[in-house]
Design a binder for this molecule. Structure first.
Ligand SMILES: [Zn+2]
Length: 137
C-alpha cells in the first residue's frame, strides 16, 4: 500500500460514519500476484439501508475504471466500512463475493463513534475469505 494511504482511508471511513461507505481500489497486481494499492475512489452507496449494507453505483464503477486507466492503473479491489462492527467479512459480504472474483483485494475497515479504526485485507478464494497477508490459494 502506498505511503499515507492507510491514513487517507481512515479519514474517509470516519467521515462516512455511521453509514457504510464503499470505494474501489486502484493499483496493480504483478505477475507474482502481489497487490499494490495506490489510490481509492469512493463510490456512492445505493443500498436502501446504508447503515448495514452497500450496493455499488454502476456509474461509479465506470468512472473509477476510466480514472484508473488514465493513471496507468486498474481496479484491483474494493474497500468498505463496517460501522460499529468487526473488520471481518460479513455474511452479506460472503454472499456477494463471487461477483468480484478471486483476483480482487477486499479491504474492510471497522470504524466506531470514537473514530477508532481497524483495517483488514482479504481475498476471496471462491469458497471463503482468507486474510491477504497470508498466502491465499
Ligand atoms: Zn461488509
Amino acid at each position: 500500500m502506498r505511503d499515507g494511504l492507510a491514513g487517507e482511508l481512515a479519514m474517509w471511513a470516519r467521515s462516512g460514519y455511521p453509514h457504510e461507505v464503499v470505494a474501489l481500489l486502484l493499483g496493480r497486481i504483478n505477475d507474482a500476484d502481489v497487490i499494490a494499492i495506490e489510490q481509492f475512489v469512493p463510490v456512492a452507496n445505493q443500498a436502501h439501508d446504508p447503515l448495514t449494507q452497500f450496493v455499488l453505483d454502476p456509474q461509479g464503477w465506470l468512472t473509477a475504471d476510466a480514472h484508473a486507466h488514465s493513471l496507468g492503473l486498474e481496479i484491483i479491489g474494493m474497500v468498505h466500512t463496517h460501522p460499529d462492527a468487526q473488520p471481518q467479512p460479513s455474511l452479506a459480504d460472503v454472499a456477494s463475493a463471487d461477483l468480484l472474483g478471486t483476483r480482487f483485494a477486499y479491504l474492510v475497515i471497522a470504524v466506531d463513534a470514537n473514530g477508532d479504526i481497524a483495517m483488514m485485507a482479504w481475498r476471496w478464494n471462491g469458497q471463503a475469505f482468507c486474510e491477504l497477508r497470508n498466502v491465499c490459494h
